[in-house]
Design a protein around this ligand. Structure first.
Ligand SMILES: [Zn+2]
Length: 342
C-alpha cells in the first residue's frame, strides 16, 4: 500500500478514484460523511469509490472517542480495507482515529478549512464527559484538498482557519522560549515548516478572501500539519495561545471556533509578555477576522480565569505563560485593551 498521497487544487474531488487506485486500494471501502456533506457531494464521491471497490457507508452521528472506536470495530470485524472520510473536522477526526486504531489506509477529504487539524496526525474527539481530548494518531495516508469546494464553505470557517495558522506566530515564540529554558528540544525541520506556513499567509499579496487566497491558506494548513508530523507533536503550531483556547473550551460556557480562540490567545499573550501585537492585529483586521473577546461572548472573568489556568491544560508544553505575571488586575487591563483595540 502506498501512502503520502497529497492532492491540492481546484476540482481535485474528481481524483478520488485515481487516488485510491494509485494507493492500490481495493475490496471493501468505508465511506464516512454526514448527511449534509453527503447531500452536496455524495453523488460525485460514491461512483468513484464503487469503481475501485465495494462501498460501505457510515453516517457520522457523534465525534466521541467511543463512537470512533465503534467505527474501528466495524472496520476490523467486517474486514473493511480502507476508510474514506469526507467533511469537516468532526467527521475527519472520527475517520482518522478509526483508521489509526484499525490500522487501515485513510483517505481524508476536508470540506472546510477551519483549522490545521484537517491535515494532521492528531484527532480531537470528545470524552464521555463531553470534554475534548487530543489524541495522537497518524497523518492520513491520502489527502485530497479541493480548493474550489473548500472555498464554498462558510466565510467564518475560512476566517477561523486564518486564525489557527496565525497562532503559529505565538506557538513558535513559545517553542523558542521553552528550548532556551531547557524545557524542550528543537526540531529544525518542523520549526521551519511551521514558520513557512505562517509566512506564506502573513506575506500573501492578497488582502481579501478570494480563490487565490484560498490556495495559499490550504497550503499553509497542510504545512502546519506536516510540521506536526515531523515534530511528532503539535509543538510547532500550538503554544500558550492553544493552552488558553483549551481552557476556554473547558471552562467557558460560550463556545467559539478554535481558530478564533487561538488568534485571540496569540494577541492576548503577546500583550501579557510585553510584545507588540500590531502586526498580528492588522493582519486579522485586513481579513475581517473578529476576535474581540466581547463579541465572542468571553467575559472579563472568564478571560482572566482561563489565562490563569491555561498552563494546567496539558503537561510538557512549556510556554511564556509558565513564567509570566498573571496577576488579575494586569489581566483585566489586557482584557480592556483587547475590547478597545479588536
Ligand atoms: Zn490549532
Amino acid at each position: 500500500m502506498k501512502s503520502n498521497i497529497l492532492k491540492i487544487g481546484s476540482g481535485k474531488i474528481s481524483e478520488i478514484e485515481s487516488t485510491l487506485r494509485a494507493a492500490d486500494i481495493s475490496g471493501k471501502i468505508l465511506y464516512i460523511s454526514d448527511p449534509y456533506v453527503d447531500s452536496l457531494y455524495g453523488a460525485s464521491v460514491r461512483p468513484q469509490i464503487e469503481a475501485v471497490g465495494k462501498i460501505k457507508e457510515q453516517s457520522v452521528d457523534y465525534n466521541t472517542i467511543a463512537y470512533s472506536m465503534e467505527v474501528a470495530e466495524r472496520v476490523i470485524a467486517t474486514d473493511i480495507d480502507c476508510i474514506v472520510a469526507m467533511g469537516g473536522g468532526k467527521t475527519l477526526d472520527v475517520g482518522k482515529y478509526a483508521a489509526f486504531v484499525s490500522k487501515r489506509p485513510f483517505l481524508s477529504i476536508p470540506t472546510t478549512m477551519a483549522h490545521d487539524g484537517i491535515v494532521s496526525p492528531i484527532a480531537v474527539l470528545k470524552r464521555q464527559d463531553e470534554k475534548p481530548k487530543s489524541l495522537g494518531c497518524a497523518m492520513p495516508s491520502m489527502i485530497i484538498l479541493d480548493t474550489k469546494l473548500m472555498a464554498t464553505c462558510p466565510k467564518h470557517l475560512i476566517k477561523a482557519g486564518i486564525g489557527d495558522t496565525i497562532s503559529n506566530y505565538m506557538a513558535l515564540k513559545d517553542w523558542d522560549f521553552a528550548v532556551s529554558h531547557g524545557k524542550d528540544e528543537m526540531n529544525g525541520y518542523a520549526y521551519m515548516m511551521s514558520r513557512t506556513s505562517l509566512d506564506a499567509l502573513m506575506k500573501t499579496q492578497f488582502d481579501h478572501i478570494c480563490p487565490e487566497f484560498i490556495d495559499v491558506l490550504a497550503n499553509s494548513l497542510v504545512l502546519s500539519g506536516i510540521a506536526m508530523d515531523f515534530a511528532g507533536s503539535s509543538r510547532p503550531v500550538s503554544g500558550s495561545e492553544h493552552l488558553f483556547s483549551h481552557a476556554l473550551d473547558y471552562y467557558c460556557e460560550k463556545q467559539n471556533l478554535h481558530g478564533f480562540n487561538v488568534a485571540l490567545g496569540t494577541i492576548a499573550v503577546l500583550k501579557i509578555i510585553g510584545d507588540d501585537p500590531t502586526e498580528v492585529i492588522d493582519y486579522l483586521k485586513k481579513f475581517e477576522v473578529d476576535v474581540n473577546p466581547e463579541h465572542m461572548g468571553i467575559s472579563e472573568d472568564s478571560f482572566v480565569y482561563c489565562m490563569q489556568h491555561a498552563t494546567e491544560m496539558r503537561n510538557n508544553r512549556y510556554t511564556y505563560l509558565h513564567e509570566a505575571d498573571l496577576d488579575s488586575d494586569k489581566l483585566k487591563n489586557v482584557y480592556k485593551e483587547l475590547v478597545e483595540e479588536l
